[in-house]
Write a protein of this length. Structure first.
Length: 230
């Protein structure tokens, strides 16, 4: 044991003294490590902020694309079927009611099958559903003389709202060919507004004009049309 004590005493005597700058160098190294860690944190925070901003921007674009309004406008030349009672046009329409979504159906071939979309020159509802155009049902061809989307001298007739009646039906005698022009505004994937004008293809005389929305439908039509409550 005495030999071990002598050995430790001799070793302590030969141990080099600590450098005078030891603690200063130690603190400097610690500060450098802290600054490096802070830089890494700032880089990470910047990346996370960029990712979050990109996600917010993408969500905004998606929401905007779902709520932005778009407009579809078409002109068609449509053949009017000659049935036993003569050639007739038929339009049925309604605002939104507790039982049904607002809709508009227009045909130059009435009385065939009210449930068959192939009979319509134009058909849509205030819902996320495809709009039926006569060009897809072989009732109409694209194009025709461009007429105004306006009453064009027709007298004002039926108006329905969500507070007064719900809809109406028009039946009009018609020539063999008519020109149909429609403009439909879509928002959120649903039709929210529409205008429909129908004229004689041969004389350009207006037959009917309708301004539609889910809460109000107004009509103008000639004496060749008869209106029925819907």
């Amino acid at each position: 044991m005495a030999e071990d004590a002598l050995f430790l005493e001799a070793a302590e005597q030969h141990e080099p003294p600590a450098s005078e700058t030891f603690f200063e160098e130690l603190w400097r190294a610690a500060e450098q490590r802290q600054r490096a860690s802070a830089r890494r944190w700032r880089r990470t925070a910047f990346v996370l902020a960029a990712v979050a901003a990109a996600a917010v921007a993408a969500a905004g674009v998606m929401a905007s694309s779902q709520t932005e309004a778009s407009t579809i406008e078409r002109s068609m030349t449509c053949h009017v079927s000659d049935q036993m009672a003569g050639r007739h046009l038929q339009l049925t329409t309604s605002v939104t009611t507790p039982r049904n979504a607002a809709y508009l159906n227009f045909t130059t071939r009435p009385g065939i099958n009210a449930e068959a979309t192939t009979q319509y020159a134009l058909s849509f509802r205030h819902a996320r559903e495809p709009i039926v155009w006569g060009t897809s049902t072989n009732l109409c061809q694209s194009g025709g003389p461009a007429g105004a989307l306006a009453p064009s001298g027709l007298p004002a007739q039926d108006v329905v709202t969500t507070h007064f009646i719900g809809g109406f039906e028009l039946s009009c005698t018609a020539p063999a060919t008519v020109v149909v022009r429609a403009r439909i505004t879509i928002s959120g994937g649903k039709p929210v507004a529409a205008k429909l004008a129908v004229r004689s293809a041969s004389t350009a005389k207006p037959i009917l004009f309708v301004v539609w929305s889910p809460t109000r439908v107004a009509s103008w039509f000639s004496s060749r049309c008869t209106s029925y409550p819907g």
